[in-house]
Design a protein around this ligand. Structure first.
Ligand code: FEO
Length: 393
């Protein structure tokens, strides 16, 4: 156990090896942690558990550090299996302790475990006294599951924020001020872009709501990655920024190619962008990490998708990208499509439609190339890049 503040302790597990999360959806290049917290007041309260595969290790840890029978209550801020995954194993040992969770949390826990435990549903503003401190609950509905909530400890000003403000990041220290700041922010941003981006409108409202509560927040302790102990508001300010049609002014060009014609187009378009002072990054979607591409798309002002045509559509590596852009519900991005073809040539048109369907502002007809580009074609694609740069404003 590591003391977070006063009588609040971190009791988590470091997963240095984790490389994929949410099944295989999300890459986690720097591992992750499953942070649970113990409040040792007149009552001993455990906040969240860890991912199911680690249940034996976690229960051993709990027994050694706390004594499972000494736990008086469990808060489940969110019941995705990386947090609620050990609940059944734990409740087998202490079946009568109360479980504090949101109303939706009750449904979800029942849906996962089919058990009717001693649930105490809580909602925003509810307080439960456990000695010197109250636990004050703030629902975070759909940030990012229906059950999500945060628990604020009134005596110490510690906000146990669950997934919000977290990062899939494993480090020796559990505190941001002792970790590599650059790495932490890379992972916090990737986490936001890949997991929280679709809920951006709710996040803006929630941040305003939390600020209006006027809670003195001294520490933000999420359920993954490092704890924000020094200047904890820094990550709230970042969320405020990221939730406001965020971009860093560059263009991400994502393409797939069979015989390099589309790749040559991508490079010519990038040259055109460069001619107008707009930086760009190129990713081959077949060989790049999709979670990293999504992170880049979130930061981009412009999105260009390219593919040659195969079987009347685009190459399959673009399918996941188009679907992801739609799912992320990105706002304020401009986009266009391009691609080579041999005879039918539907890919750029379908990419363009995919971008529009995803809410990206597409103001240019796709650039196309039959077979391989000529030097004159390359000049056209450079001009295409220049025109796109001008549309970015
Ligand atoms: Fe960390 Fe939504 O689970």
């Amino acid at each position: 156990m590591i003391q977070v503040k006063d009588n609040i302790y971190w009791l988590g597990l470091r997963d240095w090896d984790l490389r994929r999360f949410h099944g295989h959806e999300l890459s986690t290049h720097r591992g992750s942690t499953y942070n649970t917290y113990l409040i040792r007041d007149e009552k001993t309260i455990l906040v969240d558990t860890v991912w199911t595969p680690y249940k034996d290790e976690f229960l051993d840890l709990l027994e050694k550090e706390v004594g499972i029978n000494n736990i008086d209550g469990i808060v489940i801020n969110h019941n995705e299996p990386d947090h609620g995954g050990c609940l059944e194993a734990l409740m087998d040992k202490i079946p009568n302790v109360p479980i504090y969770c949101s109303k939706k949390g009750v449904d979800i826990i029942k849906g996962h475990f089919h058990k009717d435990w001693n649930f105490v549903p809580v909602k925003t503003g509810d307080r439960i006294n456990i000695g010197k401190t109250d636990m004050l609950f703030v629902e975070m509905t759909m940030i990012h599951w229906p059950d999500s909530m945060m628990t604020y400890l009134t005596e110490s000003g510690v906000l146990l924020s669950n997934d919000a403000f977290g990062q899939h990041y494993c480090s020796k220290s559990i505190f941001m001020d002792e970790a590599d700041e650059c790495e932490v922010y890379q992972e916090a941003f990737k986490y936001y872009a890949n997991i929280l981006a679709p809920f951006t409108p709710l996040i803006r409202k929630k941040i305003a709501e939390v600020k209006a509560l006027n809670l003195p927040i001294e520490v933000i302790a999420p359920s993954h990655g490092v704890i924000w102990r020094k200047n904890p508001m820094q990550i709230i300010e970042k969320y405020d920024l990221w939730a406001d049609q965020y971009d860093e002014g560059f263009v991400t060009i994502v393409y797939d190619t069979m015989y390099n014609a589309t790749k040559k187009m991508a490079e010519a378009i990038a040259k055109g962008l460069d001619n107008r002072g707009v930086p760009s990054k190129l990713y081959n979607s077949a060989s790049s990490d999709v979670s990293d591409i999504i992170t880049e798309l979130f930061r981009s002002k412009g999105i260009l998708l390219g593919s040659c045509t195969v079987n009347n559509s685009y190459l399959r590596s673009l399918s996941g990208i188009v679907d992801s852009i739609k799912g992320l519900k990105l706002k304020g991005k401009k986009g266009a499509a391009f691609g080579s073809y041999g005879w039918s040539g539907e890919a750029p048109k379908h990419l363009s439609e995919g971008l529009k369907d995803a809410g990206v502002n597409v103001e240019m007809e796709p650039a196309v190339c039959k077979y391989q580009p000529t030097p004159e074609d390359i000049e056209d694609y450079i001009r295409f890049g220049e025109s796109f740069a001008e549309k970015l404003g």
